[in-house]
Design a protein around this ligand. Structure first.
Ligand code: ADE
Length: 338
């Protein structure tokens, strides 16, 4: 298999082996939440199966850790087919994508994570492949160059992105199976996920500890499971269940506060408040001052900070809200109050 592509059938080292096998849902019924997306995908899959066709290409977007990859694998399971998984930054050249596409088997799911990071020439090769299952390859150079058209087996592309705004409209319009936004999870959904995960990890957890972890998990299953594992470590060394005290200790140790903010989240807010008097500050300036990538701020940190009402995006830049000041125990300057 070519570099950068992994199959869900292989042994160690493949994406499937690297997925968090124990905690990831393996059946639709185990996948909590995102009801609207699940319903849409079920219809898409069932109708396609009845027609004996590969389902149409689908784009999933939303902040990291909400279950985009998991959905792609569940779709494949439902279709009884394989996933070939790759990512935007890995497909550097047109030839890389051609290699991926020509290695597909009929009915495969091609999962491209971070699809917003495909470069333009690669993206353009994808259009005819998505639209009519054709691959246009240019052979030779100069006056003798010619295009050969290769037919591809039927396949379903599932794209995933944290940055929908960076998806060009020609690419977006080719996802005829739909463009779906994953939502943050409710507190109850996260608690259900934590209860399931603690059973799978074979660790005792008390109800108020589940509440505490849920509250700090950024409404994100991946974070919830990560926090649960860190609390399990503390419980194990204490030879106890995960009690509220154990959870508080574990979560404080890794720097996650009562709202689920990490050191990086707090640094972003502190930079806006302390260096830019609460904002507005442009993204570029903020990224440089907070020692973060612009893309990480927009795709990873901001969605949750905005969801929690701690940060606002305005036409003039990012602004820390009064709630951010209160949460960090800061007082607005005199200039800011007038
Ligand atoms: N683990 C990660 N995402 C999940 C979900 N949506 N439901 C259950 N477990 C999960």
């Amino acid at each position: 298999m070519e570099e950068g592509v992994t199959e869900n059938t292989g042994p160690q080292g493949t994406v499937e082996a690297n997925l968090d096998q124990t905690l990831r849902p393996h059946k639709w019924d185990e996948y909590i939440g995102q009801e609207n997306i699940k319903e849409n995908l079920r219809v898409l899959i069932q109708a396609a199966m009845e027609r004996n066709h590969a389902p149409e290409h689908t784009l999933l977007y939303g902040p990291p850790g909400l279950g985009k990859t998991t959905l792609a694998y569940l779709i494949a399971k439902e279709l009884n087919t394989n996933v070939k998984a790759t990512a935007g930054p890995v497909i550097e050249r047109v030839g890389d994508l051609a290699a991926v596409l020509t290695n597909l088997n009929a009915g495969d799911i091609l999962f491209i994570d971070e699809i917003h990071r495909l470069n333009k020439s690669v993206e353009e090769l994808l259009y005819p492949a998505m639209e009519s299952g054709k691959l246009d390859i240019i052979v030779g150079k100069g006056p003798s160059a010619r295009t050969i058209e290769l037919g591809l087996p039927p396949f379903t592309l599932i794209g995933a992105t944290t940055r929908i705004a960076l998806i060009s409209s020609p690419l977006r319009s080719r996802f005829s199976g739909g463009v779906y936004q994953l939502e943050f999870y409710s507190n109850d959904e996260i608690k259900t996920i934590l209860e399931r995960s603690s059973k799978l990890l074979d660790v005792q957890i008390e109800k108020d500890a589940t509440n505490e972890i849920a509250q700090r998990s950024r409404q994100t299953p991946r974070t919830a499971n990560y926090l649960l594992k860190r609390c399990r470590d503390v419980a194990q060394l204490n030879r106890s269940a995960i009690t509220k005290e154990v959870a508080e200790k574990g979560l404080t140790m890794i720097g996650v506060d009562e709202l689920g903010l990490t050191v990086s989240d707090r640094r972003i807010l502190e930079v806006i408040i302390e260096k830019f008097d609460g904002g507005p500050v442009g993204l570029k300036t903020l990224a440089a001052a907070a020692l973060e990538e612009e893309e990480t701020i927009e795709g990873v940190y901001e969605p949750y900070l905005m969801q929690e009402g701690l940060l606002e995006r305005t036409p003039r830049g990012r602004v820390a809200t009064p709630r951010a000041y209160a949460h960090l125990g800061k007082t607005p300057t005199q200039e800011r109050l007038v």
